[in-house]
Design a protein around this ligand. Structure first.
Ligand code: NAP
Ligand code: F7E
Length: 351
């Protein structure tokens, strides 16, 4: 039997790039779609594609495509006949979704339907992972949140992901597809997009230290999130597709912290008093906020043996170190040490 073939939408994003590395390390042939852009958008994958000036023979293949164009999705699926599909592509920013609600629905909701329907119509024998989200719980009705907690979306993003969640369940039940939802709580890393709050904070600190920025402007400091480390979460996506049963899982750390706590922890790591640098600006507030998220990941622990290694305080150190290095400063170094100790064989975890 040849190598397994995986297809990743959203391969250029935080999770897509870690997942591509993980699957390549397990011998997969990995395909992904990228959008045509006026500037290169493969920065998170370049180390896999190029060795200095030379193209690498890495087992990674990129195709132009878009979630709003079913013709390319059908063509790529027909051509590569993947064993596993990971649907990670999304307009993933909650605040931005209030500004582009229709586009968010096209990509995040209808885009998911487009792939599922291509699988159904072609009769492709494949397994399908859907990037569902803790944002589905929104205005929470239960603490902590688990697989059976009712959904109450609070943004166009969450509403689009709610459709995607249910269309996965429906195609599974109606057409017997191996299709499942990973309901993942927030997960972060040095590859996190720069306009999500954790990365905005750690990058802001590096810029303040390098005297490139005087202040950090943030929105609601009281919101609480369950923040984990992204590489550990993408491994779980793969585990879900190796599971004998087709079922949905919640993934998170089971701890919650406010944005203010993230700020305090990261500024104190570099010896700065956050109150001198952080200013609140109303432009970063959302019309409807999700106040508190905290996962109950016991099903994932019991059934698939999943438990996260990286704690909240460690995540902060890993991200601050990486952003200091990215701007040319000597990192404090505790974050790098944590990664070396906890993942000694996995070079790719250090960005
Ligand atoms: P991300 O960094 O924002 O990456 C999103 C990916 O989707 C990028 O590759 C982006 O391409 C691609 N994309 C956006 N619009 C597209 C379109 N119209 N057609 C094709 N590709 C498109 O997101 P992430 O943090 O890695 O998250 C991965 C997935 O998990 C997303 O579906 C997100 O909603 C979901 N999720 C994330 C979290 C989290 O905490 N990170 C938690 C739960 C669920 P470009 O690079 O060209 O923009
Ligand atoms: O906001 C508050 C903001 O944008 C977290 C996505 O990956 O995780 C992510 O969605 C909290 C919110 O992530 C700023 O109001 C304060 O309460 O980092 P975020 P998110 O909205 O939780 C879920 C699970 C996903 O599925 C999404 O795809 O932080 N906040 N000040 C701020 N947020 C931002 N972005 N910028 C600020 O200045």
């Amino acid at each position: 039997m040849g190598n397994k073939v995986a297809f990743i939408t959203g391969i250029t994003g935080q999770d897509g790039s870690y997942l591509a590395e993980f699957l390549l390390s397990r011998g997969y042939e990995v395909h992904g779609i990228i959008r045509r852009a006026s500037t290169f958008n493969t920065g998170r994958l370049d180390h896999l594609l190029f060795d200095g000036q030379q193209e690498k023979e890495s087992g990674l293949y990129l195709h132009y495509g878009d979630m709003i164009d079913s013709s390319n999705l059908n063509r790529v699926l027909e051509e590569i006949k993947p064993d596993e599909i990971y649907n990670l592509a999304a307009q993933s920013h909650v605040k931005v979704s209030f500004e582009v609600p229709e586009y968010t629905a096209e990509v995040d909701a209808v885009g998911t339907l487009r792939i599922l329907d291509a699988i159904k119509e072609t009769g492709l024998k494949t397994k399908f992972y859907q990037a569902s989200t803790s944002e589905l719980f929104g205005k929470i009705t239960e603490v902590p949140q688990k697989e059976t907690t009712p959904f109450y979306p609070r943004s166009p993003y969450a509403a689009a992901k709610l459709y995607a969640y249910w269309i996965v369940v429906n195609y599974r039940e109606a057409y017997n597809l191996f299709a499942c939802n990973g309901i993942l709580f927030n997960h972060e890393s040095p590859r996190r997009g720069e306009n999500f709050v954790t990365r905005k904070i750690t990058r802001g600190i590096a810029h303040i230290l390098a005297k490139k920025q005087d202040y950090l402007y943030l929105g609601n400091l009281e919101a609480k999130r369950d923040w984990g480390y992204a590489p550990e979460y993408v491994e779980f996506m793969w585990k879900m597709l190796q599971n004998c049963d087709v079922e949905d899982f919640v993934i998170g750390t089971g701890e919650t912290h406010s944005v203010k706590e993230f700020v305090e922890e990261s500024f104190s790591y570099v010896g700065l008093d956050w109150k001198k640098y952080v200013k609140v600006n109303s432009r970063y507030f959302r019309p409807t906020e999700v106040d508190l998220l905290i996962a109950d990941p016991s099903k994932a622990k019991e059934r698939l043996g999943w438990s996260p290694k990286i704690t909240f305080k460690e995540l902060v150190k890993i991200m601050v170190d990486a952003d200091m290095r990215a701007i040319g400063l000597e990192p404090i170094g505790e974050g790098d040490e944590i990664l070396k100790q906890k993942f000694p064989d996995q070079w790719w975890r250090i960005d």
